[in-house]
Design a protein around this ligand. Structure first.
Ligand SMILES: [Zn+2]
Length: 340
């Protein structure tokens, strides 16, 4: 197989490796599409300090080319989502059969090798078959949908509750769409007008510019009660303490993202308001329900107008994205077509 690996910051090379099945429960998957997001950019530029050499690529879909004799849910030609996060199988929780609480989750392209390659050999347990009406592009968002669902589970909100969502990147946008699906009322806040416009096209009704009057706006929308919960999405140039002001007494603030930057915060306002603070970074137990939500069209990604690049342009796309990120721009996710 051909893999793309980062040797050192800003140096992406390809390498050939053997790719034979080594157990009867493995499958060999031809990778068709990989999502290029902030996770890949930060690994490429060295911001996230990965251990080089490093194979990036967290979210990917493909087609099974060969399935081991004991595979039961996939066969040749099954379209699949490759799980981005899998339990380690070695920690105390995994060994006790409690894999949902694994303390060392292996995340592709983050703390273990990613999917930027032409073929992946993996256990079929790490693959989810895709229904025909979920496109490859939609399926690339399954891990993001699962994470957003995990956030919503944590919020434990009732119908009609206002939830302030800070950061209108892909995660904040999808989370807001799912909040609507679950009959809550998201208020999506971001400094980037373009992102808010796309969010509005995705059906998110309350979009608010992040500026000095945003809290007044949250007050107005909630009839003076403030949001009963807030979600702060990482890497959005929004201070982690802002959600404290937007959340009502006794509410909850969830910090979410696929990784978190170094940060410090003045916590007194949160303590005074007796807020519950927690964090969500993935959800590997909910991929099947995420695919089901995509099947039910609970999420509309068409307004995101994802750019599609050929795999051969991977280095150029990462380098250009890195330059934009360094200028402080929001770089939207794009799609790498591994077949072109
Ligand atoms: Zn574990």
């Amino acid at each position: 197989m051909k893999i793309w690996k980062i040797l050192s910051p800003n140096v992406l090379v390809t390498e050939e490796r053997p790719d034979n099945l080594t157990s009867r429960t493995q499958a060999k998957v031809k990778v068709t599409n990989v999502l290029l997001s902030g996770t890949e950019l930060r690994a490429y530029s060295g911001v996230s300090k990965p251990k080089y050499p490093f194979v990036p690529g967290r979210f990917a879909v493909g087609v099974v080319g060969e399935a081991g004799e004991d595979c039961v849910k996939v066969e040749k030609n099954t379209r699949v989502f490759l799980h981005d996060a899998v339990p380690c199988g070695k920690c105390e929780h995994c060994l006790a059969g409690n894999e949902d609480n694994c303390s060392d989750v292996q995340i592709a392209g983050v703390n273990t090798e990613g999917y930027l390659r032409d073929f992946v050999v993996t256990e079929e347990a790490h693959l989810s078959p895709l229904p025909p009406s979920v496109s490859d592009t939609e399926a690339l968002f399954a891990g993001i949908v699962a994470t957003a669902e995990n956030v919503i589970d944590k919020l434990n909100i009732s119908k009609g509750s206002h939830v302030a969502v800070f950061g209108a990147g892909e995660l904040g946008n999808i989370l807001s769409q799912l909040l609507i699906y679950h009959q809550a009322v998201p208020i999506l806040i971001d400094a980037d007008e373009e992102r808010l416009k796309k969010a509005a096209q995705c059906g998110i009704y309350y979009t608010v510019r992040a500026n000095e009057s945003m809290l007044d706006e949250v007050m107005r929308i909630t009839g003076g009660r403030l949001a009963c919960a807030a979600v702060h999405c990482s890497y959005n140039n929004i201070s982690p303490v802002i959600p404290f002001d937007a959340t009502a007494f006794g509410g909850m603030v969830v910090y979410t993202g696929f990784s978190f930057p170094e940060c410090s915060a003045q916590l007194k306002p949160a303590f005074d308001k007796q807020l519950t603070l927690t964090a969500v970074a993935n959800d590997y137990s909910n991929i099947e329900s995420a695919i089901n939500l995509l099947l039910n069209k609970a999420v509309n990604i068409a307004p995101l107008h994802l750019a599609v690049h050929p795999a051969a342009d991977a280095a150029a796309v990462l380098s250009e994205g890195d330059a934009r990120a360094k200028k402080g721009e929001n770089v939207p996710v794009s799609l790498l077509n591994m077949l072109s």
